[in-house]
Design a protein around this ligand. Structure first.
Ligand SMILES: Nc1nc2c(ncn2[C@@H]2O[C@H](COP(=O)(O)OP(=O)(O)O)[C@@H](O)[C@H]2O)c(=O)[nH]1
Ligand SMILES: [Mg+2]
Length: 217
């Protein structure tokens, strides 16, 4: 095994939650493919999407978990949230009811993630339409334990990259980050199992290219 063959990469699991139809799948589609569809198909089970970013000269792989179209807060199990390093809670800026539910989604995250202090960013999607939420969102986010708030549009792409960079920066700041760091050894398929602590929060990088679906937990 040569030194060159050994490469450190960071891999994090990020969950994207929020009420149905707020644009979670559209947000991730725009982020990962640059595309937008007005007829986005309803998400069945869990959908995974990978994105690689370079943050502070470090390559960071994010595996996004997009929940099923009909998932309501409280309906996801601890298994879904296991090993999550960060989260987006999404609402629709034109739909007050979806905003009212973000507190419950945040509560669900706080109760079910293994580490209670994971960074969570609030996302108001559909900002290409008029904003119907009449409160100071920055103040709201701060008061309710979010690490920030972004008004984005999956349609135009506005602020999507900014919101993701912000979440990744918060994840990297998190003191738990080290246990999510994994060694990838291209020569030795057994290498990952040699580091059991890293293995604990390991998500197989083979998932990076596949967009597997499986039934939600
Ligand atoms: N105008 C506008 N429509 C959007 C935006 N994002 C999503 N949509 C639409 O909202 C609907 C629901 O989107 P989808 O991504 O399936 O929501 P999900 O159920 O949260 O995954 C679809 O018809 C999308 O085309 C956006 O930023 N602007
Ligand atoms: Mg969806």
């Amino acid at each position: 095994m040569s030194i060159e063959a050994k490469k450190t990469e960071l891999l994090y699991k990020v969950v994207v939650v929020g009420d149905p139809n707020v644009g979670k799948t559209s947000f991730l589609r725009k982020l990962t493919t640059g595309e937008f569809s007005i007829n986005e198909k309803r998400t069945l089970g869990v959908d995974y999407r990978m994105k690689t970013l370079v943050v502070n000269n470090t390559e960071v792989n994010i595996q996004f978990w997009d929940i099923a179209g009909d998932s309501a807060y409280g309906s996801l199990t601890k298994i879904f949230y296991r090993n999550t390093s960060g989260a987006f809670v999404v609402f629709d800026v034109t739909d007050q009811a979806t905003f009212e539910n973000v507190k419950r989604w945040k509560q669900d995250l706080d109760e079910k993630t293994d580490s209670p202090k994971i960074p969570v960013i609030l996302i108001g999607n559909k900002s290409d339409k008029p904003l119907e939420i009449g409160i100071d969102l920055n103040q709201y986010a701060q008061k309710n334990g979010f690490n920030g708030v972004f008004l984005v549009s999956a349609k135009t792409g506005a602020k999507i990259d900014d919101s993701v960079f912000s979440l990744v920066q918060e994840i990297l700041k998190n003191s738990d980050a080290a246990i999510h760091q994994i060694m990838i050894n291209n020569d030795d398929p057994d290498a990952n199992s040699k580091n059991s602590q890293s293995r604990k929060n390991f998500v197989d990088l083979k998932d990076r290219k596949s967009k597997n679906k499986r039934n939600c937990c």
